[in-house]
Design a protein around this ligand. Sequence first.
Ligand code: 6R9
Length: 645
Amino acid sequence: MSESITIGVKPDVKAVTLCTDEQYQEMYAASVADPDTFWGEQAQRLDWIKPFTKVKNTDFGGDVSIKWFEDGTLNVCANCVDRHLPERANDVALIWEGDEPDQSQKVTYGELYEKVCKFSNVLKGMGVKKGDRVTIYMPMILEAVYAMLSCARTGAIHSVVFGGFSPDALAGRIEDCDSRFVITADEGLRGSKKVPLKKNVDEAISISGIVEKTLVIKHTGGDIDWAADRDIWYHEAVEDVSADCPPEEMNAEDPLFILYTSGSTGSPKGVLHTTGGYLVWTSMTHQYVFDYKPGEVFWCTADVGWVTGHSYVVYGPLANGATSLVFEGVPTYPDASRFWQVCEKHKVNIFYTAPTALRALMREGDSYVKAADLSSVRLLGSVGEPINPEAWLWYYNVVGQERCPIVDTWWQTETGGVMIAPLPGATPLKPGSATRPFFGVQLALFDNEGKKLEGAASGNLAVTDSWPGQMRTVYGDHARFQQTYFSTYKNTYFTGDGCRRDEDGYYWITGRVDDVINVSGHRMGTAEIESALVAHEAVSEAAVVGYPHDVKGQGIYAYVTPPVGVEPSEELRKELVQWVRHEIGPIATPDLIHFTPGLPKTRSGKIMRRILRKIAENEFSNLGDTSTLADPSIVDSLIEKRLNR
Ligand code: 6R9
């Protein structure tokens, strides 16, 4: 990625009203000079039941302790729904667009209130209490949003698991947070294909065994198995409940949700977000970064199984009284015009998606975009991975018709909401750069030796002080939280990303510097895929790395060593691909499997991943020092048989 492309972003491309460049500078300076005053004021955007008297109480040293607004109380659901009723009861809160283009539905704030109260009473009827963990494994239907908001209303902690994860992966997440309740649907639909959600839940429960009640939404009406002592139909349970359910009074630091995410080692971590700071952060970033104005239709295409769906389909937009679009389908069904048809149909004003979707659609040609009337769209957003200049320019020229600013937003599951992004109008854009930090975000770059870099430089991206939306801990394992994020650099949160800062102070994210790969905007630990592979009897050792992929951003390249006596074959390759899909889910499907009799190792037995990465990238002319290898000849044979040419 290069900053040398200068494209003529038209000077009149200004969505803005909220902020000028000078105002940004002033507000940013104030936010870091006196966080207590700044955030104390910003938090007034929410309705508090009991006002807080303390704002920031955070410590990145020692055991790490992060508290914001710690003596205040509020309810997230009441902030997203109830408080809008006096002014917006008849405004549309949610637009649902189904998998088939002839299915859609609108729900006003008034209707949402009733739906959520009833859903909450169904949860209570099942025995869900404040502090209980509730696993949500759902398609992108409105009940997924009701389920999340109802957990927030009753004080339960939701753990949404993406519907594309396998029963094994689901079972692991149920067990890790000791979740006795699961909310699911009979089946999901994606691009006319059925996803057997209830069947997967049944299988997960047979593995983990701790689930007491399953609430099932009837969506497709497909055949499912039924356990009468455990399974409850939502449409039956909701018939007998009242539409009145007062929101639970929650402390600002009470947990709101757990969301599992991959890291470089071990099993996925349960990222824990709490109540007050998270909602201040998502609501404020949604307003400023997307320049959101009342009455506008906001469409974030992410699934609620990922953090982007939590923060910008559900919590940020609804806290701001926005109209948020929930899309069940995929960008290419019935054809590659779907996104643009939906924008036209629902008069979408702000559109937020991932580069991988843009690259896939760009390949299909411009005609699909041009066939739709996109005159309502005024702002475009990007998230999940670095956006390459080619995709950026296509987004800007073809989709945005050279009139819509693009906000490239860098953030993570751990950060709760956007951390680096332009403020439309205030920030001059550079294609490929997420530009500058949001209010309160203090960034730093470090080299590999731990030295802080000043001015224009490339290094590892870190954040030196807390912000309200930050994760508070790894659920059930605070030591892992400290170890993962705060042990690399002293008193500093380490992001795991590499980054360059240019002479204008703009940030250019270059990708992960740890063993995490980003496939189609989905974050995955290479260690997870490796442990799935070695669980197969025909694999004695495996090493997984990423390699550049035109559409997915990164593809999955797996080096596999079969045990002595097992011959690699095309059948075995196919079997291993299916195996990984079954163990983790389709998103972890290896693109390339390279059978090798051995892996390059140091004499102490450490796999030299640096070399494997270079070979997978087809960049093996400069492999660096291989003298420490136990058997250097293995490298030549790997190069000779490399699969990405
Ligand atoms: C929100 C989300 C986080 C990782 C992050 C980084 C990559 C996200 C990006 C980006 C470059 C952007 N990432 N946004 N890289 N430019 N605008 O995606 O969360 O799933 O936790 O992934 O995604 O590598 O560290 P999550």
